[in-house]
Design a protein around this ligand. Structure first.
Ligand SMILES: [Zn+2]
Length: 233
């Protein structure tokens, strides 16, 4: 960015901070939106496949669930920073494209979001994961990879919030919890905002396979690094 366009942006950020207390959701420095340093950090990310427990299909992530990405996902989901949908949806699109690199093409890509808890959707007024999937599908289609979203999974029973549970409890909590709705043919990719233990992705893939709608890959914005240095699901 040249000096002429940079300076008014900085002045706008300073004014926004003064008037509204606005801070960058990534680093909490004064900024009307995402600051230039955080934007540059996002631009430098390269989506990679990750090692996820229990997954039988390729899983790709835009980055690690730590630092900047962790802060942005929390701001989006828990602080109603809905404008981050475009930023995070673009990252999800990159992860989807990476996940499909080794799977071949030729069919329409169908993004299947891991369903949010009904209570969370009611509380937020938005299905945050589905919203990211819609943005990602638009980005993929615009870049020449036709994609659409299919809300093809629903909860078959009540489950607890995964964030409140330890690793083994997360797997028990979700085992057999999802069921797939009928869907049209396509190259299915299960998408979620993040993966921690891999339980959500594994259950989504199981439910789709049980309905003969098997997923070809999974993609998330952020994956939690494993303790042994590899990334986890
Ligand atoms: Zn920042």
């Amino acid at each position: 960015m040249d000096q002429d366009s940079w300076l008014p942006g900085r002045l706008a950020d300073a004014a926004a901070s003064l008037l509204l207390g606005a801070v960058c959701p990534g680093c909490e420095r004064p900024s009307a939106r995402l600051c230039l340093a955080c934007r540059a950090e996002l631009d430098a990310l390269v989506a990679e496949t990750v090692d996820v427990r229990g997954s039988t299909v390729p899983v790709a992530a835009a980055g690690r669930h730590e630092g900047l990405l962790r802060a942005l996902v929390i701001a989006y989901k828990e602080r109603q920073a809905w404008w981050l949908r475009d930023v995070l949806g673009a990252l999800l699109a990159e992860a989807v494209a990476r996940a499909l690199l080794d799977t071949g093409g030729g069919r329409e890509v169908v993004l299947v979001p891991v369903p949010s808890l009904p209570a969370s959707v009611r509380a937020r007024g938005l299905d945050v994961t589905r919203a990211l999937a819609v943005t990602a599908a638009r980005r993929l289609s615009a870049s020449g990879l036709p994609a659409r979203v299919e809300s093809g999974l629903r909860h078959a029973r009540t489950v607890d919030d995964q964030a409140e549970l330890g690793e083994s409890a997360r797997w028990r909590n979700l085992s057999g919890a999802l069921v797939a709705k009928p869907g049209r043919p396509g190259l299915r990719v299960v998408v979620d905002d993040l993966t921690t233990t891999g339980a959500s992705l594994a259950e989504a893939c199981r439910a789709l396979a049980a309905a003969s709608l098997s997923a070809s890959a999974c993609a998330v914005i952020a994956a939690t690094p494993r303790r042994d240095g590899r990334r986890a699901g």
